[in-house]
Design a protein around this ligand. Structure first.
Ligand code: 2NL
Length: 344
C-alpha cells in the first residue's frame, strides 16, 4: 500500500506539472483526492492491515493528499497570475500617444460680423438691445410711420400669425419700443441686431430670413453732421482707414431726410471694377434723421428732440467682405461652408 500511495503521488505530481488549464486541474483533484478518487480506493484496503501498520499508512496517505493539494493550488495560482498578466497587457493604454483633436466649433459668420459691429458702436457709447421676432402691426409698421395701406408696406410683406401679429420685417420695432418706454424723457443711443423676415422667393440674393442691425441716436441737438461723422468712423473701422464714404439722397418712411451710404471700393480703390459694377462705390447701409412723426408717436417733442437712425444687413456685408455669392449659404448650415470662416 505504501508503494501504491507513492506511485499515485508520483503520477499526480507529473500530471499536475503537465496540466494546461484550471479546468484540467479540477479534473485531477477529483481523480486523486475525490470521494471515488485513487487515494480513497487504496485506503479502502486498510481493513487488512495490522494495528501497527494502520497509522503509518494513514499518515503517508495524509501527507500524499496534502502534497497533491498543495501542488494543485500552486499550479492554479500560476494559471491565474498568467491570465491576469495577459489581460493587463491587452488592456494597456499608451498614455504617450497624442490625443484626438476636439472640434470646438465657432461662431457663425453672421454672428461674428454682428459682434464686430456691436463692439464698434459700444465703443461710441451705444447699448445693444434685442427684442421679439414676433411683433405687433403697431410696433413693426404704425409706430414707424408706415400706416395701413401705405405703399411702402408692399416691399415689406411678411408672415402673419394673426391680423395683428407678424414676423418683424426689420429690427426697428425694438427701437420704437425703447423710445415708447422712455416716453420722450430720456435720450436713446442703441443698436439692435437680429433676425428679420420678408415674404420673398428665395434665390442667390434673396432670403425670406436674414439679419439686420440698426442704430438709433435720439437727444437734444442731434444733427445730420453727427450722422455723417458717426457713419464715417464706422466705415473706416469696419472696412479700412483708407475707405471714403458718400451719402446719396434716398427715401424711407421713418426718416426725413433719408440717405444711402456708399464706401469707396476696396478692390479697385474707386477706379471701377466688377465688384462695384464699374462705379467705384459700394452701397453699405441706409440712414436718415428720425421722422418727426416717429418721434412724436413715441412721446418725444420733435421741436426739442432730434435723432438719426441707420440700418444695414450683415448678410450683405459678409457677402461683400468674403465674396460669398449665395445668401442661402448662411442658412443651410453646411459645416463645410461655415467652417471656412472660423477665426484662427
Ligand atoms: C436699410 C435701411 C434703415 C432705419 C433703418 C429707423 C428706426 C427708427 C426710426 C427711424 Cl426707430 N429709422 N431705422 C432708418 C433708416 C434706414 O435701414 O437699408 N436697412 C437694411
Amino acid at each position: 500500500m505504501k508503494d501504491q500511495l507513492h506511485a499515485i503521488h508520483q503520477e499526480a505530481i507529473e500530471k499536475i506539472k503537465e496540466s494546461d488549464s484550471v479546468k484540467h486541474l479540477q479534473d485531477l483533484r477529483v481523480t486523486y483526492l475525490g470521494k471515488k478518487g485513487s487515494i480513497t480506493k487504496v485506503l479502502r484496503g486498510m481493513g487488512s492491515l495490522s494495528k501497527e501498520e494502520r497509522p503509518v499508512i494513514g499518515d503517508i496517505a495524509n501527507k500524499v493528499r496534502e502534497s497533491i493539494t498543495e501542488n494543485i493550488d500552486k499550479k492554479k495560482e500560476e494559471f491565474e497570475k498568467h491570465a491576469l498578466e495577459k489581460q493587463l497587457e491587452s488592456e494597456a493604454i499608451d498614455v504617450t500617444l497624442p490625443g484626438r483633436p476636439i472640434d470646438i466649433g465657432g461662431p457663425h459668420l453672421l454672428t461674428s460680423i454682428i459682434e464686430e459691429i456691436e463692439d464698434l458702436f459700444i465703443g461710441m457709447g451705444y447699448e445693444v438691445r434685442e427684442g421679439p421676432e414676433v411683433e405687433t402691426d403697431y410696433y413693426n409698421f404704425e409706430a414707424l410711420n408706415l400706416p395701413k395701406n401705405h405703399p411702402a408696406r408692399d416691399m415689406q410683406d411678411t408672415f402673419y400669425l394673426t391680423k395683428d401679429l407678424l414676423l418683424r420685417t426689420h429690427t426697428s420695432p425694438v427701437q420704437a419700443r425703447t423710445m415708447h418706454k422712455y416716453g420722450g424723457q430720456k435720450p436713446v443711443r442703441m443698436i439692435c441686431p437680429g433676425i428679420v423676415y420678408r415674404r420673398d422667393d428665395d434665390d442667390a440674393t434673396h432670403s425670406h430670413q436674414f439679419t439686420q442691425i440698426e442704430g438709433l441716436y435720439v437727444d437734444k441737438n442731434v444733427k445730420m453732421s453727427d450722422l455723417k461723422g458717426t457713419l464715417n468712423v464706422f466705415a473706416k473701422k469696419m472696412f479700412g482707414e483708407e475707405r471714403e464714404i458718400r451719402l446719396r439722397p434716398s427715401f424711407f418712411p421713418f426718416t426725413e431726410p433719408s440717405v444711402e451710404m456708399d464706401i469707396s471700393c476696396k478692390v479697385c480703390q474707386g477706379k471701377g471694377c466688377s465688384v462695384c459694377k464699374k462705379s467705384g462705390w459700394i452701397e453699405i447701409l441706409g440712414a436718415g434723421m428720425v421722422h418727426p412723426k416717429v418721434l412724436s408717436m413715441a412721446g418725444y417733442d420733435p421741436e426739442i428732440y432730434t435723432g438719426f437712425a441707420f440700418g444695414m444687413g450683415p448678410d450683405r456685408i459678409a457677402m461683400l467682405k468674403y465674396g460669398v455669392d449665395d445668401i442661402r449659404q448662411f442658412y443651410m448650415n453646411d459645416i463645410r461652408f461655415l467652417q471656412q470662416y472660423h477665426k484662427a
